[in-house]
Design a binder for this molecule. Sequence first.
Ligand code: ADP
Ligand code: F6P
Length: 498
Amino acid sequence: KSGIEWNPSRERLIVVSNRLPFVLKRDDLTGKLIRKSSAGGLVTAVAPVVVDCGGRWVGWTGDCSLTVDDEIPEASEEDTTPTAGLLKHQVVPVYLNQQQFDSYYNGCCNGTLWPLFHSMSDRAVYSSEYWQDYIQVNQLFADKTLEAIEFSKMDGPDIVPLIWIHDYHLTLMPSILRQALNEKNSNALLGFFLHIPFPPWDIFRLLPWDDEILLGLLGCDMIGFHIEDYCINFLDCCHRRLGCRIDRKNLLVEYGNRIVKIAALPIGIPFDRFQRMAEEAPRLVKEKRQKIILGVDRLDYTKGLVHRLKAFERFLEKHPEHIEEVIFIQIAVPSRTDVKEYQELKEEMDQVIGRINGRFSTANWSPIRYIYGCVSQAELAAYYRDAFIAMVTPLRDGMNLVAKEFVACQIEEPGVLILSPFAGAGETMQEALLINPYKIDDVAELICSALEMSRDEREVRMKNLRRREKVNNVDAWAQAFLKAIRSTTSMNPESDSK
Ligand code: ADP
Ligand code: F6P
């Protein structure tokens, strides 16, 4: 249970995201569709909220061969993920064909917006063909969401649909939806949360469609970002690109006759759930004498995986006294495997890991254990619990939930979190060892300091980290988002009272 305050006689929650919280796969033997859990911060955070509020989830099925004739299955009995409670009538599938998938998802979302929003503009490609498909798919999602809104209104005239749109895939959708609702004289509250950074004006303006994205988002009543820096960047872009009046102190943007509320709402994790899993999980790594250094990531170039491995290599070079004493476990879930940059990263990882293992392995020991695949949350909890050091060193990251999951699972000998200040998490998790991931030598030395840190110091740091994440958990985040969006009805009364 999420403990979310919810008024079922008045409100209906409709979550919209590019993906449903699971992907559908056809079982080889039976030919039936089954749900497979999908990894990512968004799913981990939002699924429990939708389940608890009895909400609906509009999203893509994850398989281009599926059509409206394919029935969404219920979760299997073995499914213990947070999405298992999402019943099939709560799921509103969006079907994308292969061309849309290539152009909208691989092209515009992950070839253009993802690198640009992570301030890696040299990796961004700009294609008007991708952009046209991005517009078309946003329209498709808006149409599906409108159907879900109409459906929810059948429960009574006073029902307020609360539409919660997620992430960079759907930035145009709010204004498309706003216009359609206005034409129908229909009410709904529209909120958006961006799970990745919002870049500074100097980077954002490189996008040939910068104004369209801003105008798309301004269809909302409220827009949430992880941290204040991203809010300020957004306000700045609205002011400089669209000439909007902005209020930096109260985080408001005025556009046309409407006021849009902006809020910094750092996402949290289901802390108690991770702690419980850590309490129950069996021990996975038998060699207790070895200290585990752990990395858990989607295989993404923003996560700084190669830099991290190189820092570990430097550490072994400079500190041979630690050889055979540590083991680096890197768990990397395949991600966006059709995109060239991700394929190249996979090859580079294989090469670098091969080189380091070849260089330092002894008869009884290899420095790196590389798990390339999706691991269950229960298994992850065991790794988090048993790790002596977690290395969360992205080059850029909206928040990073792995840092928080590690902390929640640290219920035995306290370990050390090495964290990049370029992740949103670096803003609040100040008791971590913060380090610029580009400084390979310094990261190598920091690994050494972490291994040698006194138990007292580790305990104090971990205690404070845990205390904060327990309180600022995912329920608190969802609660804060809902509270903030409800408060906007006094600013733009037409949203709630048509
Ligand atoms: P992002 O949203 O960019 O994927 P986050 O760190 O915020 O990054 O969230 C990643 C989520 O995916 C976490 O909940 C983490 O547990 C999960 N995850 C990452 N790697 C794996 C993996 N190899 N197997 C299973 N889950 C994973
Ligand atoms: O958190 C950023 C994000 O893009 C989420 O929207 C998404 O769930 C996750 O990363 C995984 O990415 P994808 O859905 O492209 O596999």
